[in-house]
Ligand binder design. Structure first.
Ligand code: AMP
Length: 545
């Protein structure tokens, strides 16, 4: 027997429609590329989103068209999110930190029709705009006074484009499986791969992350600052979840350093913020150096790469901020786990609590997980066995956009998505990443976790960043090499580093050598580019033991 409930599609326009109706006076605050802080409300934003939708229609944008953005976190970018997908077109956020040939590849692969671009990134596009066949025009996200002299063809000014257009729009109702947004994974090998989200997946993900233990758990009393970029997995869903909750939104624009973030967090009384560990290291070192306190911030969500234990210790114990470590992927919209404690765990000694929080978090409802060995056999979730993590769920992709070659290896026979992460899962659902499958170091047939080695190294007060990679070894096939960036004014040598590690990891895990470098190569989303490091050190002759 079928039930008798309404068949109401889950559409993104309903999120902002709700916020504009019942949280019309709640603020959206942005630090702009032009400089000053901009303030308006959900009510004001909704009116401009309607104007933008009219403008897009006048430009000839129709359902399914891909409209790209190349922009920081700010109110115009937020408006584009809702106007583009509200029309049934696809909001394609591009990561400006990618190498220009990758950006060109992405625009051509997606066949973007228009590109909306922040002032900062106009020169970046100018270099190859003439070669982009699908693009009909470029809209610079600024007002007439700040329009740059540019070589971009068919260039328009955002504020001129929407000025005077009607402030209401009859949002169309369509199938919830309609594509809403497109995000390419930065990928450490090969071409970037596109993940095409639906209205349904986006709304479900927003509801899930707003659950109290879902990651954000936003309320109408919160002010949320996404440091995570709008071009990275839809800023982890925050623009949607904030609207659904009626939470105040604070966008940091281009200034993501410790002092500027601190000013915004304090000035706007931000209660929840989310971003990657690199950003939190910058913020934390500013707090330490300047002797500052965080007075309003209650929760800090960290994801994208492993969160070092000393940072959790410092933020929780010295600043009273509840740190929540989450794991996710572009392919998962992105949230798969969040590190909120279970009943009883809150009373554990601090060291034990922080150890739990330094794992990747607990599986959230909505994402099913299994771990498998090299033959695809499912392993127990007992906290000991580890293997590749496979997932499925309503906000997990079922295939990369127009990329059959990438799809074949990405799914198992039963349609589960292969994450490429090697993990263990304990009976409570706590996931611990051992490594990316490609990054594990295999020494004499036994695995060494590069992540554990890096986390141990970063615990030394003089270490700013560390990467462990496997290098060829005549006897053990591979042995770990540790590449370290020393903090400014820090002092460290090979022997001190090794002596420190000796107290943290098994003896046979100790790196065979330690190299000090000025900086490590990073991907466009801030992850250490291990492929490049491995290439750089592939002929490295390890010192005999
Ligand atoms: P992306 O699609 O760019 O978000 O990258 C996803 C990958 O980032 C995952 O497969 C993990 O390897 C890594 N990652 C994400 N979150 C975490 C985390 N909390 N700890 C360690 N690695 C993470």
């Amino acid at each position: 027997m079928r039930g008798s409930m309404m068949d109401q599609p889950l559409l993104i326009a309903s999120l902002i429609g709700y916020a504009a109706r019942y949280h019309a006076d709640t603020e959206i605050v942005s630090r702009t590329v032009e400089g000053p802080i901009h303030r308006y409300t959900y009510g004001g934003s909704y009116r401009r989103i309607a104007q933008l939708a009219h403008a897009l229609q006048k430009l000839g944008v129709t359902p399914s068209d891909r409209i790209a953005t190349l922009a920081w976190n700010g109110y115009r970018h937020f408006e584009l999110y809702y106007a583009i997908s509200g029309l049934g077109a696809v909001c394609h956020t591009i990561n400006p930190r990618l190498f220009p040939p990758q950006i060109k590849y992405i625009v051509e692969h997606a066949e973007d029709k228009y590109i909306f671009v922040d002032l900062t990134f106009v020169p970046l596009l100018e270099a190859f705009a003439a070669e982009l066949k699908s693009v009909k025009g470029y809209v610079v996200m600024t007002d007439a006074a700040h329009m740059p002299a540019t070589k971009l063809p068919n260039v328009l000014c955002y504020e001129n484009l929407i000025a005077g257009l009607p402030e209401t729009f009859a949002w169309p109702v369509f199938d919830e499986w309609t594509a809403s947004s497109l995000c390419y994974t930065s990928g450490t090998t090969g071409n970037p791969k596109g993940v095409l989200y639906t209205h349904r997946s986006t709304v479900l993900h927003a509801l899930a992350i707003n659950a109290a233990d879902g990651a954000l758990g936003l309320t109408a009393r919160d002010a949320v600052l996404p440091v995570v970029p709008l071009f990275h997995v839809n800023a982890w869903g925050i623009p949607y979840a904030a609207a659904a909750a009626g939470a105040k939104l604070v966008f940091p624009g281009p200034l993501l350093d410790g002092p500027n973030l601190y000013d915004l967090l304090e000035g706007e009384k931000v209660t929840i913020t989310a971003g990657v560990p690199t950003v939190w290291l910058g913020l934390f070192s500013h707090l330490e150096q300047a002797g500052k306190r965080l007075s309003a911030l209650k929760r800090l969500i960290s994801g994208g790469s492993a969160l070092p234990l000393p940072l959790i210790d410092g933020l929780e114990e010295k600043h009273g901020v509840a740190v929540c470590h989450a794991w996710g992927m572009t392919e998962l919209s992105p949230v798969g786990t969040t590190g909120n404690l279970k009943a009883g765990q809150e009373n554990l000694p601090a060291a034990e609590r922080h150890r739990l929080k330094s794992t990747q978090g607990r599986t959230v409802f909505g994402v099913e997980m299994k771990i498998v060995d090299d033959d695809g056999k499912t392993l127990p979730q007992d906290g000991k066995a580890y293997g590749e993590l496979l997932v499925r769920g309503p906000w997990v992709t079922n295939g990369y956009y127009r990329d059959e070659a990438a799809n074949k290896p990405a799914f198992d026979r039963d349609g589960w998505f292969r994450t490429g992460d090697v993990v263990s899962i304990d009976p409570d659902g706590w996931v611990k990443i051992v490594d990316r499958s490609k990054d594990l170091i295999k020494s004499g047939g036994e695995w060494i976790s590069s992540i554990d080695l890096e986390n141990a190294a970063i615990g030394h007060p003089a270490v700013a960043e560390a990467a462990a990679i496997g290098v060829p070894h005549p006897k053990w096939q591979e042995r770990p090499l540790l590449v370290v960036v020393i903090k400014k004014d820090g002092k460290l040598d090979r022997e001190t580093m090794l002596a420190f590690l000796q107290t943290k990891v098994a003896k046979w895990w100790l790196p065979d050598d330690v190299i000090f470098v000025k900086e490590l190569p990073h991907t466009a989303t801030g992850k250490i580019l291990k492929t490049k490091l491995r290439e750089q050190f592939k002929d490295y002759a390890l010192k005999p033991a």
